[in-house]
Ligand binder design. Structure first.
Ligand code: NDP
Ligand code: HEM
Length: 501
């Protein structure tokens, strides 16, 4: 016993008991001077931080990115500077809609977040396992998320709300088709791709800018659960992803992805027959072939989940020299939204937490506030403002300038002129990429997700499917009729009774 590590208070004083309160007599009451009991209870009350408003349930790992191909003609980012170069990475995968306690194997889009700790600061690649998204304008994002979360009155998820919104936002059909396809329930994150989804940009040492799309292709192969398999699995364990990933990594069976990019010269974007900055569209592979960049290998389980995964703060605003934004309207909104969420969820100086702290020197003039536990490192002890007289203090670096991003146009609120454009790519996915068996599962998955919806919402949505392909509408219509709806289930509309289950 005498060699054991000794318990102390959080102020470092040796502490006598972690099990017995100090009381007036053996039967109590407890003395208020037993401050360490109060400290212990107070800490318990503060063990939670707000869960992420979306992507609350997540699984993380640490690992390495290794460059395998020279892309310096596209990007001067130091992490790509030479073949063989390695960069430490923190990943977090997630579901979107469920709360922190949600079951892992639910049908949902998966988040795919990577924090690259480069010598030039952190680059966050905050993507999904889908190459597109439901909406293309940030005005629609909070409302879309409301439909994915719980109904205010029933406190239940509401298919009526989801399909009502989707039926009135047909630009979502590409993403909803992927969500209802086999890829809607990956077996675990090792068996899915990751996509930056948005168009980003890169620029090279000559200041030439290229538009790029990021792809992370699973090297474990795609594996999915059917609805029935997922249901059976969730009955046994709600934590299948955490179990799979944790065990894979503990056993040395490290998941890997091939990082690839699609590249479009800056000028070309002006003369395409689709908007390359529209998040509901992909760039066809035949026109923009995938170019290998490197291999991502996740090979360490974090020692403390809360510290490294729950405290992780990913943001598309974290970019490094050589990687930039694009005019994508959604991306512009995300550049604002994430750091705002982090200040609320984690606190003012969240970037100093171990998960988020860059692995390179940090010099800034942000001053005090909650969590200011790190020293001021501006280069001079008197330099807590800028500009200042101190030669050793940090100054802005003109070499960090980005080449100008060409923007033109009148300020206005623009809607996509060609409504048919939203159906072309989902049609290719449905009719050309999927085979008969996949289409059949898609029909049934969709029908299952739609039950119970009111007739008006159902018909509106079927009309959207019909615009993709007549077989799509017919297939889901048939599945709705043959799968049989739950007689006890009632759609939640404004004037309908509360569902009985
Ligand atoms: P390709 O035939 O070159 O690419 C088809 C892609 O579809 C492959 O990347 C494949 O992924 C992916 N895929 C297969 N099944 C599914 C599914 N159920 N859900 C989502 N993706 C799936 O054709 P195009 O580049 O011309 O694209 C045709 C359609 O494929 C697009 O309209 C889009 O819907 C879809 N797609 C295209 C991507 C792109 O970046 N161009 C990326 C992903 C999907 P994998 O290689 O992993 O097998
Ligand atoms: C998480 C906002 C679109 C991927 C979040 C969070 C917010 C948010 C506030 C929680 C952040 C936190 O608390 O740490 C938005 C807004 C969007 C948008 C406003 C549109 C305007 C997207 C898109 C993608 C995406 C298009 C993928 C391409 C993610 C991922 C996470 C996340 C992966 C989880 C990050 C993590 O692992 O911590 N989003 N989002 N989001 N979002 Fe978005």
């Amino acid at each position: 016993m005498s060699d054991r590590t000794k318990l102390t208070t959080s102020a470092g004083a040796p502490w006598v008991s972690n099990e017995t309160s100090e009381t007036a007599g053996p039967r109590g009451p407890v003395l208020m001077q037993d401050y360490q009991l109060i400290e212990k209870l107070a800490h318990q009350n503060r063990e939670r931080i707000p869960e992420r408003t979306v992507h609350a349930k997540g699984w993380g790992a640490q690992g390495t990115f290794t460059v395998t191909n020279d892309i310096t003609k596209y990007s001067c980012a130091k992490l790509f500077s030479e073949i063989g170069k390695q960069t430490e990475v923190l990943s977090r995968w997630s579901t979107v809609a469920g709360e922190m306690g949600a079951a892992d194997a639910e049908r949902d889009v998966r988040g795919f977040s990577l924090k690259f700790y480069t010598e030039d600061g952190n680059w966050d690649m905050v993507g999904n396992n889908t190459p597109v998204f439901f909406v293309r304008d940030a005005y629609k994002f909070p409302d879309f998320i409301h439909t994915q979360k719980r109904h205010p009155r029933t406190n239940l998820r509401s298919p009526e709300a989801m399909f009502d919104f989707w039926g009135r936002s047909p630009e979502c059909i590409h993403q909803v088709t992927i969500l209802m396809s086999d890829r809607g329930i990956p077996k675990n994150p090792a068996h899915m791709n990751g996509y930056g989804s948005h168009t980003y940009s890169m620029w090279n040492a000559d200041g030439e800018r290229f538009w790029v799309k990021f792809h992370f292709k699973t090297l474990q192969g795609h594996k999915h659960y059917t609805n029935a398999e997922a249901e059976a699995l969730i009955g046994k364990t709600r934590e299948s992803y955490q179990e799979d990933l944790f065990n894979m990594i503990e056993e040395g069976n490290f998941p890997k992805w091939r990082f690839m990019i699609q590249v479009m010269p800056e000028k070309e974007a002006e003369n395409l027959d689709f908007n390359p900055f529209d998040l509901t569209k992909v760039w066809p592979h035949k026109d923009y072939p995938l170019i290998e960049v490197g291999i991502l290998e996740m090979n360490r389980n974090p020692d403390n989940y809360f510290q490294m995964v729950e405290n992780a703060a990913y943001s598309p605003s974290n970019k490094v020299l050589g990687i930039g934004y694009s005019p994508d309207k959604m991306l512009q909104a995300r550049v604002f939204s994430y750091a705002d969420a982090h200040r609320y969820r984690l606190g003012t100086h969240y970037e100093a937490l171990p998960a988020n702290a860059p692995k390179c020197p940090v010099h800034h003039y942000h001053k005090d506030g909650p969590m200011r536990f790190f020293p001021a490192e501006t280069g001079h002890p008197d330099a807590y403002y800028s500009p200042n007289q101190y030669e050793s203090a940090a100054v802005a670096d003109p070499a960090a300038a980005e080449p100008p991003l060409r923007i033109n146009g009148d300020a206005d609120r623009y809607v996509q002129e060609d409504a048919d454009a939203d159906y072309i790519q989902p049609r290719a996915l449905y009719a050309e990429v999927m085979d008969d068996a996949e289409r059949d599962r898609l029909h049934h998955n969709m029908a299952e997700a739609m039950g119970p919806c009111s007739e008006a919402v159902t018909e509106r949505w079927l009309a959207v499917l019909g615009r993709v392909h007549p077989d799509y509408e017919a297939g889901v219509r048939k599945a709705l009729a043959t799968d049989g709806s739950d007689v006890n289930a009632v759609p939640v509309t404004n004037d309908s009774p509360v569902p009985t289950k």
